[in-house]
Design a protein around this ligand. Structure first.
Ligand SMILES: NC(=O)c1ccc[n+]([C@@H]2O[C@H](COP(=O)([O-])OP(=O)(O)OC[C@H]3O[C@@H](n4cnc5c(N)ncnc54)[C@H](O)[C@@H]3O)[C@@H](O)[C@H]2O)c1
Length: 259
């Protein structure tokens, strides 16, 4: 919530991709609770309704688009609707991402590799490319991408499941932020990333539970010895999206419980 009398994102507009569930839902709710007008984009229509309902019942402002943000036309339509409703975009959170079935390098198909790179990198590329001209014109922008502890190699993932496609894509999210922070600095657009560790979302709850007895389990390997919560990731994203972080760009904040 806000630190002063005015909400932190008063008068700001934001796009959050993947806002129907998990971390993206928590980010969208947090931005709206702190005064932002939020466009929620996701492929999951029912989940979007759920997020919208939570935001509106708390008095927040949000609209939504059922959109696959790895598709150029869907991103263009989503941005047009955002501009029609809110006039401009100040904040973009590239939250869409995730892995498919993982797999060790010696058994990974080209299709799996390409699908994961597309979901984690093409989504952020297309949404960023779409919003940047408007941000350049208004000389203001905050772009935050979702990386992962996996960008540095995560033992439980690498040892038991593989997933070089995901780890490599997330390292790409950090490189994208690092590069664009330089390219866009003169326009007062900051570009950063947040790298979550093991976060207890609905989707991952059971798989983390199944890993508890493993030698290199998330709980054993994480210094704080617990899973993180979506709102603990959202608070780092909101910080980077706020004016408090005006002098921070090209950085990745690791919300990984100490790893
Ligand atoms: N949960 C974790 O432990 C964890 C850890 C590290 C990084 N992350 C990253 O954080 C982000 C959010 O993760 P999460 O666990 O909340 O994921 P999630 O799977 O719970 O939610 C992702 C949302 O994105 C949507 N989505 C997927 N592909 C889409 C597409 N092409 N277009 C539009 N929407 C799409 C899904 O429908 C879903 O609502 C991801 O980038 C993920 O890689 C998560």
């Amino acid at each position: 919530m806000s630190h002063g009398s005015k909400p932190r994102f008063d008068g700001r507009t934001a796009i959050v991709t993947g806002a129907a569930a998990g971390i993206g839902q928590s980010i969208a709710i947090g931005l709206a609770a702190d005064g932002a007008c939020v466009m929620l984009a996701d492929i999951d229509a029912a989940g979007l309704e759920n997020t919208i309902e939570q935001i509106r019942s708390a008095g927040g402002k949000a609209i939504h688009a059922v959109a696959d943000v790895t598709e150029e036309q869907a991103v263009a339509d989503m941005l047009r609707r955002t501009n029609e409703a809110f006039g401009s975009v100040d904040i973009l959170v590239n939250n869409v991402g995730g892995s498919t079935r993982g797999g060790h390098i010696w058994e990974m198909s080209l299709e799996t590799w390409q699908a994961v790179v597309k979901r984690n990198l093409q989504s952020g590329f297309l949404c960023t490319r779409a919003v940047v001209p408007g941000m350049m014109k208004q000389k203001y922008g905050r772009i935050v991408g979702l990386s992962s502890g996996a960008s540095q190699g995560t033992p439980w993932r690498a040892l038991y499941k593989g997933g070089a496609d995901y780890a490599t894509s997330k390292a790409g999210v950090e490189g994208f932020a690092r590069h664009l922070s330089l390219e866009l600095a003169d326009y007062n657009i900051t570009v950063n990333a947040v790298a979550p560790g093991p976060i207890e979302t609905e989707r991952l709850r059971d798989s983390f539970k199944q890993m508890e007895s493993l030698e290199f389990s998330p709980l054993r390997m994480t210094p704080l010895h617990r899973l993180g919560r979506p709102d603990e990731v959202a608070s780092a994203v909101l910080f980077l999206a706020s004016d408090e972080a005006a002098y921070i760009t090209g950085q990745t904040i690791r919300v990984t419980g100490g790893r």
